[in-house]
Design a protein around this ligand. Sequence first.
Ligand code: SF4
Ligand code: ZN
Ligand code: ZN
Length: 452
Amino acid sequence: MFIDTHTHLFFKNFDEDRYEVIKNALAAGVKYMIVPGTDIETSRQAIELADKYESVYAAVGVHPHDTKDWDDNLIDELRKLAKHKKVVAIGEIGLDYFYDFSPKDIQQKAFDKQIQLALELNLPIVIHNRDSNDDIMEFARKYKDTPLKAQYHCFAGTVENARELVEMGHFISFTGNITFKKADSIREVLSKVSVENILLETDSPFLTPVPFRGKRNEPKHIPIIAQIVAETHHLRVEDVARTTSWNAYKLFGIGKKMNLSHTYQIGESLYVNVTNRCNADCVFCDRKGEAVINGYSLKMSRAEEPEAETYISEIGDPAKYKEIVFCGYGEPTIRWEVVKEIAKYVKENGGKTRMNSNGHGNFINKRDITPELNGLIDSVSISLNSTSAEQYAKLMRVDETLHAEMIDFAKRAKRFTKIVMSIVGLSSVDTENAKQFVTNEIGVDFREREYF
Ligand code: SF4
Ligand SMILES: [Zn+2]
Ligand SMILES: [Zn+2]
């Protein structure tokens, strides 16, 4: 299932066959479409479409092109329109210094007022940006400490901008322009942003993707965009569909939450969610929150934790996958006996195994479990988090002694399996430091996470 988060279906050139266009979108797997207005009149039309078609939702707002006659009273009109139950955002709004149809100061004022309306109504915003990067980023920073969440539609910023926006919890949205020949810079951004922060949109009738350029764009072309995202991130199209649909659910409340997954496939690997429990409580971990990875819900109470047979039957033929990875929002060694039973099955049936761990397995099991890795777990990925015990303890909200515990685990385990240690989100200096530490002090492989 896909969601086209930005399509101007009210455009005149859909008048002849709008129903067909929506039907073709549904047939292509595009289950929902969000139609953003660009002024009061088209916002009304977007709502009319939402009323008429179950799969259509609306956003209401005044586009920067249409702000030259801006009047603060328009906010009252928008507020009334936004109360409609199928209005899911304020948009599209923003800045456009390329066409400059409206004076910059008026564009900024209209943008600001509409952001405040979104905050008042607790709605996300849909942002248009053309040649106005610096000011768009200033607005993002201004509202950084508010609950405001945004879709940066047809993203036009830099990798650094994207990183900053993702850190603020916003979504980066890609259109058919990622298929264009001259779109290297935007494809570069795409390669750096995790799919968990991406939305898909056509911006139809504009920005028709290759190979249909020159023709009218339609929501049915979303799978073409998803295909590029999938290739860029070495994922399957269905991974992109599921993850971006979940993102749209999170931002706009469209669609529904997934059921709990015991095993879940991303790319060519199958992941095994053995537990949601952990001895740590990392500041960056969503274990106690939604616990969703790439659109899969991993939230599981202790009572819901299945036995090994359930996992084994879901795995089926393990040789079908690149690897079977023990990884969820929890520490797998907490259920070490179950992990071993599943791993034994996988190894006996020609599969490969990997375990993502915090390296506290000996502490948790109150004995040295590392010899038991032998022949069962082909590799263990351990998050180093920090080379300093003090910082480690703060990040993971654990006792400082667990830093040495984790290092000891890695040193012991490397005799029985391949160990890879990784670190995320640090400066290049710290990364170099961590690399030296891991390769020289611990004597195992180091991997740097490539995207944010
Ligand atoms: S060790 Fe892993 S599962 Fe446990 S809290 Fe930290 S990130 Fe989450
Ligand atoms: Zn736009
Ligand atoms: Zn648009």
